[in-house]
Ligand binder design. Structure first.
Ligand code: PEP
Ligand code: MN
Length: 331
């Protein structure tokens, strides 16, 4: 159940009244900053007439949904100076799969900024399928990454692979990424949410949209101020592409649920020759932004070289999609 307050009502007094009636409540705010209370399931029943008697309660609703916070979080989210969501100009996030060195990530940041990107991506903790593959530089690479982004006026997005990485990354990174392999990790979702930073939540490779939305609900319930939902391809029977980019999911999340969706064509396709047409398709389907991998020398990349765009390919893609460095000033 969601309880909405009248403007000017005292949220703390209302919280106490609800708790005194035996309800488990979590306070949160909608996009306009209006305080709301979520009455958590299982906290006992209450006669609606009782609620009406509490001073300051405007309305209450028992939504027929398993993810009321996600449903209430529709529309645009603001990360730093950048608005992201349905109806806003698309946002470009780009960078290498992994942060490999200070030089590599600084050159990538320059490239991303010059192409009109607003976020620098780069993995510090890499979820590799094989334990013999490069696992990322971890905390050692963090200042390379944040310095590179700051020098070029970019925001940062990087994956939080485990609960132990939440604290160091939450302090330094603008947008915390929960990776595909961790979308179902309830403990990680809870602690990432509790860090109270915006989150890029990647869809699990075999996750239904309901499961994705419930993972978003975990993040919001535990305190995340905003969640961007990322479609990065799902497993299919066909191995022509690394995954199957689910554009129906993009259209559903953007148009039916009115949620901010980021599409990652790099991990969806696993091959760079299809990134341009599928990026265009993603934007046409309603994506609020794209996350693309680019590397200064893909043949030498420590991870995901085959899907990484060269500097020239990346510049051409961004230009073709209409991104330009002047975008920041125009917003
Ligand atoms: C990534 O973006 O670095 C990544 C590992 O992606 P995914 O979780 O979608 O596989
Ligand atoms: Mn990658």
């Amino acid at each position: 159940m969601i309880v909405t307050l009248r403007s000017g009502a005292d949220p703390e007094a209302i919280r106490r009244s609800l708790i005194a009636r035996g309800l488990w409540v979590t306070r949160f705010e909608n996009r306009s900053g209006q305080p709301l209370f979520l009455v958590r399931p299982g906290s006992g029943t209450l006669d609606p007439a009782e609620l009406e008697r509490i001073e300051g309660i405007e309305s209450w609703a028992a939504p027929q949904t398993t993810h009321p916070l996600v449903d209430a979080a529709l529309g645009m989210v603001q990360i730093g100076p950048v608005p992201i969501g349905p109806g806003w100009p698309p946002v470009l996030m780009a960078g290498p799969c992994a942060v490999e060195s200070a030089e590599q990530i600084t050159a990538a940041a320059a490239r991303v900024a010059a192409a009109g990107g607003r976020f620098l991506r780069g993995g510090l903790f890499k979820p590799r399928t094989s334990p013999y593959d490069f696992p990322g530089h971890g905390r050692e690479g963090l200042t390379w990454f944040t310095d590179a982004a700051r020098t070029h006026g970019l925001l940062t997005v990087s994956e939080v692979l485990s609960e132990s990485a939440v604290e160091p990354l939450a302090e330094a990174i603008d947008l915390l990424q929960v990776g595909s392999r961790n979308m179902h990790n309830a403990a990680l979702l809870s602690s990432v949410g509790a860090a109270r930073r915006p989150v890029l939540l990647k869809r699990g490779m075999a996750a239904t949209l309901e499961e994705l939305l419930l993972a978003g609900e975990y993040l919001l319930l535990h305190g995340a101020p905003a969640v961007l939902f990322c479609e990065r391809g799902i497993r299919s029977f066909d191995t022509t592409t690394r995954n199957l980019l689910d554009l129906s999911a993009v259209a559903y999340l953007a148009h039916v649920k009115q949620l901010p969706v980021i599409v990652d064509p790099s991990h969806a396709l696993g091959r760079k020759d299809l990134i341009r047409p599928m990026s265009r398709a993603a934007l046409a389907a309603g994506a609020a932004g794209l996350m693309v991998e680019t590397h200064d020398d893909p043949g030498r990349a420590l991870s995901d070289g085959p899907q990484s765009l060269t500097p020239r390919e990346f510049r051409d893609l961004a230009g073709d999609l209409g991104f330009s460095p002047g975008d920041a000033e125009r917003r």
